[in-house]
Design a protein around this ligand. Structure first.
Ligand SMILES: *Cc1c(COP(=O)(O)O)cnc(C)c1O
Length: 225
């Protein structure tokens, strides 16, 4: 028997999401039976942040799960996930983007990715600061990478209680998305995703135009490390 009502919590979260906002259920550090419970309730997109943990889960859970890699990805790990990953959400350097392209080509695939932007105050967070993102896209080199498809932006707001601050970070991310869409992806309908919103701030995120929320704790309970 499961001691945690995953299905009930999942239903509550889904009821909060407007149409057009997709849920990535963040299952890192949670056991397979929790993921299976969410799957049985109809959830298909799950997010993990460690390559080895993900590999073990992929081998034992249903084949039609769409896995998103949401953590910081080292370039030497890309080859392990390239054969099956549905989306790599936290691309934070051109070097990583190039490596994903290379490994995707070896697998005969095109891999969907998001570019992670760094807007939050914390110095420890990964991602392109807005100006670095503009520079990377302006250089145009990414257009030669035929085995990655850039589908939008991903970000994490500061981990604070101040709702105004969180909201203004989401607003900034949205305006950056619109700017990048206009300048570089106007002819690409697949550049359409704004991945922001976690357990403590997803309600604000959807108000500020998120299209994809990444929620773990609210669905699965506290992580046991
Ligand atoms: C762990 C994680 C989440 C989910 O966080 P919760 O607070 O448990 O909802 C979302 N995004 C990223 C990048 C994460 O690492």
């Amino acid at each position: 028997m499961m001691d945690y009502d995953v299905k009930g919590h999942l239903r509550n979260v889904l009821a909060d999401l407007p149409q057009g906002v997709r849920l990535v259920a963040i299952s890192k550090y949670h056991p397979n039976e929790y993921i299976q419970a969410a799957y049985d309730e109809g959830q298909r997109i799950f997010g993990e942040s460690h390559e080895q943990e993900l590999r073990q889960k992929v081998e034992t859970l249903p084949r039609d799960i769409q896995w998103h890699f949401i953590g910081h990805l080292q370039t030497n790990k890309v080859k392990y996930i390239a054969p099956y990953i549905t989306m790599i959400e936290a691309v934070d350097s051109f070097k990583l983007l190039k490596e994903i392209d290379k490994q995707a080509e070896k697998c005969g695939r095109v891999i969907d990715v998001l570019l992670e932007v760094h807007i939050a105050e914390e110095a420890t967070k990964y991602g392109f600061p807005p100006e670095a993102l503009r520079q990377m896209l302006s250089s145009g080199e990414w257009r030669e990478l035929k085995h990655v498809r850039i589908c939008g932006l991903m970000m994490m707001a500061s981990n604070v209680d101040n709702e105004q601050q969180i909201r203004s970070e989401f607003t900034l991310a949205k305006s950056l998305f619109v700017e990048m869409k206009t300048r570089f992806f106007a002819d690409q309908p697949s550049f359409c995703e704004c991945s922001w919103g976690m357990s403590h701030d997803y309600k604000i995120a959807v108000e500020e135009g998120s299209t994809m929320v990444r929620i773990g704790t609210t669905i699965f309970g506290p992580r046991v490390y």
